[in-house]
Design a protein around this ligand. Structure first.
Ligand code: BG6
Length: 514
């Protein structure tokens, strides 16, 4: 018999199936007619329904400026399930969710429509005969985040229920601010209405299975952790590469760029999880305390030597010609926005001092590949070197986040034959081979966790500020210099040559990802 009480074990240890038991919930999605609701949120909710993980009483209210009738909104969601769900439609399950979906038309700065929303929720509760957990999912353009939050406060919807003590929750989508100043302002507005434990800042990378597995690989195996430090690690390389371009999102993307869109959030989270100290426990605060310590230990970036920014020009991807960034729809001719950023980070703490963390992210790169590579120091070149020519490869552990989720160890082996020659070989572990390929989508995990009140996989306010603090001087400089100093790379390549120089300065080379 297990010595751990099943009821009190942390959900992080249990996988999705132990997550049953969220209270009756009403979720309001602000920005409901947008892309995210159809592509990710409602399909995630349907899939939770399939796994019997939704509370017995579950209501979804879409909120948006565009007037839409309830039934039309439900039809839009039918289509969303058909196109975007990971698993195919189960009519019975979907009907159970669908019958409790409605739509509320309103502006984001109109207190009256928040009042009427509150009335609608009260009516649902009255009919049910009990108070419900209220979850507010803010997926609007960032310019109205503040108004939504203030109106949630003034309409009384953010309050803790008197009888059941059920607290309201707010889930905030990215981008969380544009720089340190705006992130601080947003945190201040949020914290004037909600207590920090009610706040769930989304970074969907944290909901990815492989990102969660990173902690398991590190702290559930005894063979890696003793080597995970400056004594044995030569460098760490983190790549988040996409083969897609900006597509129809040019208008948004040009106000953002790779640094804001990918590095400040997703990539920094990967750095933090890779470099952090073992947390004292798996509770959310212990993990987030360790992550924030790492981000704070990163040295200010040297703007002239530690960074590369670039944008794609036309090129070829999988045999097809694709256009350059400046020719994409909605990109102004004087754009100074980067579609690729690379940097060398120095984490100045006991474990990592002197070990460069190279980070890169870009659109329209050779292929979609996100991975963390820990490159270990080479053994002394005494036994298997050829004269001056050192020919033993560095051992590398590669944690592949997507698309071929898994872990690879690169090590040296003897080539069979009478001569003693070595060759790097790979030991692979693939998720799909071991566990099958139908793993939950990040948003399933995150919506469920928010519903049961587990904030481990969400970003705390101080984390986001620490990350912006590091990157804001870079953004300011890049904004001032516009396209001066912007490098170019051909679509379908691995980025500009300047990013190779960033590594060559320390005798390193980017790993060939994917
Ligand atoms: C989003 C960015 O946060 O992440 C997009 O805004 C990017 O530009 C996307 O394409 C990548 O997510 P994923 O899960 O496809 O790697």
């Amino acid at each position: 018999m297990s010595s751990v009480n099943e009821e009190t074990r942390h959900p992080f240890l249990e996988g999705l199936s132990k997550h049953r038991g969220a209270p009756p919930t009403v979720i309001v999605i602000f920005g409901a007619s947008g892309d995210l609701t159809a592509r990710k949120l409602v399909p995630a909710i349907f899939n939770l329904g399939l796994d019997n993980l939704l509370p017995g009483e579950f209501h979804l209210i879409g909120y948006g400026r565009r007037p839409i009738k309830d039934e039309d909104f439900r039809k839009m969601m039918d289509e969303a399930i058909g196109v975007h769900s990971r698993r195919s439609l189960n009519k019975e399950v979907w009907e159970r969710v669908r019958q409790n979906i409605s739509y509320h038309t309103g502006g984001y700065d109109e207190p009256e429509t928040f009042e009427s929303l509150a009335k609608k929720i009260n009516k649902i509760e009255k009919k049910l005969g009990r108070e419900m957990q209220r979850m507010f999912y803010i997926s609007t353009p960032p310019s109205v985040f503040g108004s939504v939050i203030k109106n949630l406060g003034s309409s009384g919807m953010a309050q803790v229920h008197v009888q059941t003590k059920l607290a309201s929750k707010v889930i905030v989508e990215k981008p969380f601010g544009r720089d340190l100043g705006s992130a601080r302002e947003l945190n201040a507005v949020i914290n004037s209405v909600f207590e920090e434990p009610q706040v769930y800042r989304i970074d969907h990378y944290l909901g990815k299975e492989t990102v969660q597995d990173l902690l398991v690989q590190r702290f559930a195996n005894s063979i890696f952790e003793p080597l995970w430090n400056r004594e044995y690690v030569d460098c760490v390389q983190i790549t988040v590469a996409e083969s897609l371009g900006v597509g129809s999102r040019g208008g948004y993307y040009d106000t953002s760029g790779a640094l804001r869109d990918m590095i400040q959030n997703h990539t920094m989270q990967l750095v933090a999880l890779t470099a952090m100290e073992p947390p004292v426990s798996l509770d959310p605060e212990s993990i987030r305390d360790e992550k924030v310590k790492v981000i704070k230990a990163i040295q200010p970036l040297k703007l002239d030597t530690d960074l590369v920014r670039a944008r794609y020009i036309n090129g070829i991807i999988r045999g097809d010609p694709v256009k350059g960034y400046m020719d994409e729809a909605d990109i102004p001719s004087d754009s100074g926005t980067e579609t690729y950023a690379a940097m060398r980070l120095a984490i100045n703490n006991w474990r990592w001092q002197g070990v460069p963390f190279y980070v890169r992210s870009g659109k329209r790169m050779a292929r979609r590949a996100s991975e963390i590579a820990i490159q270990f120091k080479r053994p002394p070149g005494i036994l298997f070197s050829e004269g001056d020519k050192y020919n033993v490869a560095a051992n590398t552990m590669v944690i592949s986040i997507q698309p071929d989720e898994g872990v690879t160890l690169v090590m040296n082996s003897k080539i069979p034959g009478l001569e003693t020659r070595t060759q790097p070989v790979k030991m692979h572990y693939r998720y799909s081979t071991t566990f099958g390929s139908n793993t939950p989508e990040a948003y399933e995990r995150l919506i469920l966790d928010a519903m049961i009140g587990d904030s481990t996989l969400f970003i705390r306010g101080d984390e986001t500020e620490a990350s912006w603090k590091l990157l804001t001087p870079v953004l300011k400089q890049w904004e001032t210099s516009g396209s001066v100093g912007m490098e170019e790379y051909a679509a379908g390549s691995w980025g500009p040559s300047q990013s190779d120089h960033l590594l060559a300065q320390r005798q390193h080379k980017w790993r060939r990802s994917g």
